[in-house]
Design a protein around this ligand. Structure first.
Ligand SMILES: C[S@@+](CC[C@H](N)C(=O)[O-])C[C@H]1O[C@@H](n2cnc3c(N)ncnc32)[C@H](O)[C@@H]1O
Length: 340
């Protein structure tokens, strides 16, 4: 959005028109208008000529984008076709990410959110919940497990970028890493491909074993990608690793469980061993990206889903006795700490 937030009333007008607003942005993406608008400025006349569009109609279309705060307009003369437009930086990539074919939001649409829609008063009073056949936490049926882990793997992009940037100095050859709650092994597979001397085991509920086996086979990783079946709520974390990572795991649990998991990591690690925590630490932007799950999980009490500020984890790690607590930059920051 532009520099300042819209007023509550303007925001609600835009939200009420959400389906139409998405139609406008999708069309701008599909027609290639964003490519011309983002470097901007480009005149209404030039856009019409280039794309074969009707000036009076495109003007109204661009008003829609301007009301969303996504383009800026200058009108140097009274002549309509001389109006000059620029998109806010990053719009094309954002539109591709949120509205494009592989978008996370499109994947989320396949979840049973309609079970709650229109029933929030009953949901909030605890009288209505997400039916467990539709979604359960942790996922229970093989179809739920496979569907959920596939959604997770699809959203790994920013995490992979962060890990890729820091892997050379964090994951030295010979290191054995345990990816706690490591999904279907997709992150582990990337790490193994980037760092030939590394070995990674995924620790996850037994139902995830076939998914990790499939990843191992599909990526030709053989014995370098292991699987350890377990339930971190009911047993200590396994020993024998130089590093343990929690990627989008701690935010699923209440404060005391998240802390107990970090304490379990402390106990499992050898002296000098490292813990790595990566998830969408709370910022306004990430809370917006998480809107779907904040809504959906209102009906699922077993999943806490709480984005916490990065400082929460740095404080907790220090309080548990970890040393060298650091926050490494990236699309999602990576918190690292060592056991003394
Ligand atoms: C939100 S997903 C994150 C998956 C993966 N780390 C990622 O970021 O794509 C949480 C993971 O925790 C695992 N999990 C949930 N409860 C668990 C438990 N009690 N013990 C072990 N793993 C568990 C789930 O199976 C799932 O793989």
């Amino acid at each position: 959005m532009s520099e300042s937030l819209p007023s509550p009333r303007a925001l609600l007008h835009l939200l009420f028109n959400g389906a139409r607003a998405v139609d406008v942005v999708e069309t701008a993406l599909r027609l290639g208008l964003l490519e011309a608008l983002e470097p901007g400025p480009v005149t209404l006349g030039a856009l019409c000529e280039r794309h074969g569009l009707v000036p009076g109609r495109l003007y109204k279309f661009l008003d829609c984008l301007e009301s969303l705060g996504l383009v800026r307009r200058e009108q140097p003369t009274e002549v309509r076709v001389e109006a000059r437009y620029s998109a806010v930086p990053g719009l094309r990539a954002a539109a591709e990410a949120v509205l494009g074919a592989g978008s996370l939001e499109r994947d989320r649409e396949t979840y049973a959110w309609r079970e709650l829609h229109g029933h929030l008063p009953e949901v909030l009073r605890g009288e209505r919940s997400m039916p467990t056949e539709a979604f359960d936490w942790p996922p229970r049926t093989p179809a739920q497990v496979a569907g959920f882990e596939a959604s997770m793997a699809a959203g790994l992009g920013p995490i992979l970028e962060t890990f890729r940037a820091h892997a050379p100095h964090l994951l030295e050859p010979g290191l054995r890493l345990l990816d706690v709650g490591g999904g279907d092994g997709t992150l582990a597979a990337h790490l193994l491909e980037w760092r030939p001397g590394l070995a990674v085991d995924v620790y996850n509920l037994p139902a995830c074993e076939p998914l990790v086996a499939r990843t191992r086979e599909a990526r030709g990783l053989g014995g370098r990608l292991g699987f350890v079946a377990g339930d971190f709520l009911h047993e200590p974390l396994p020993r024998g690793y130089h590093a343990l990572c929690f990627v989008r795991v701690l935010h699923d649990w209440p404060e005391d469980t998240a802390r107990a998991l970090l304490r379990a990591a402390f106990e499992a690690l050898p002296s000098g061993g490292r813990v790595l925590v990566c998830e969408e630490f709370r910022t306004p932007e990430r809370l917006a990206a998480q809107f779907f799950w904040s809504y959906f999980l209102m009906g699922v009490d077993s999943c806490v889903s709480r984005l916490r500020e990065v400082e929460h984890y740095t404080r907790t790690l220090a309080a548990l006795g970890f040393r060298d607590v650091r926050v490494l930059p990236g699309p999602f920051e990576l918190v690292t700490a060592s056991r003394p």
